[in-house]
Design a protein around this ligand. Sequence first.
Ligand SMILES: CSC[C@H]1O[C@H](OP(=O)(O)O)[C@H](O)[C@@H]1O
Ligand SMILES: Nc1ncnc2[nH]cnc12
Length: 291
Amino acid sequence: MQEKAKAKADIAIIGGSGIYDANLLDNVRDVDIDTPFGKPSDSITVGNHGDVGVCFLPRHGIGHRISPSELNSRANIFALKKLGVKRIIAASAVGSLKEELKPLDIVIPNQIYDRTKSRPSTFFEDGIVVHMGFADPFCPETSKTIVDVANSKGYSVKEGGTYVCMEGPQFSTRAESRVYQSLGFDIIGMTAIPEAKLAREAEICYSMIATVTDYDVWYEEDVTIETVIENAMKNEAAVKDIIVSTLDKLSLEQHCMCKDALMGAITTVPSMIPHETKRRLDPLIGKYLDE
Ligand SMILES: CSC[C@H]1O[C@H](OP(=O)(O)O)[C@H](O)[C@@H]1O
Ligand SMILES: Nc1ncnc2[nH]cnc12
């Protein structure tokens, strides 16, 4: 009997609110992956687009079962690393903090302001300490490709902008929203942290296509889930169209700082890292510890 090929993917798409399927891939199969941090949000759909191995993970699980604070982002990113993923394109629904950013606009953010409160946001614990740079949280190479592709297809996208990541799951109070708006942040969501931090720790490029679904409450009466999902779904075709064309253009070789992010960042003396920790984290740190 022919053995089933090991599932592999170069690029991952993480679907956010309103984007739950991978109908843009060919030859798909669903794989269940276990990680030292538990199970990802759902089965991962692995397939291809042309010659490129691509996989899809619905961030909140099929049926939108997992709240932002409960997401097991460590399992999600570790599972993608085990598949061999080099780049992640993450889709997100966001509120607008600027009058000129209207519902259905698309933003490719380049900064994050972290306002989360209780999320495990590192792989490195249990006898290993890693301090890495995170000044530029999104991959410049992947983001540039997305922006170029979107522009060439006639979509008007905003290049750059600060995504403030709140804890949720409740939306902001009016006072919070006004503060974020007055600080000059552009968009608000609940999921970029710790996803972006963990992707960087895993040396995976991470970029986001954010769809504006609402003006947050600094501007409008209230944010409702109906409006958010309705607008996210209205933009689903555009987001997928940009993603598919980006898959055609993305280099599979990483030329950015993301690919060596761990170099020089492992602070613990290698001989003092517990054997079990080394074993668990081998897909992340093995290349730095081989004699
Ligand atoms: C469904 S409304 C709030 C929810 O939508 C965004 O999720 P995602 O980034 O996965 O599209 C936002 O961050 C909240 O988690
Ligand atoms: N206004 C908002 N605040 C936080 N997350 C959101 N996701 C979509 N709209 C949002």
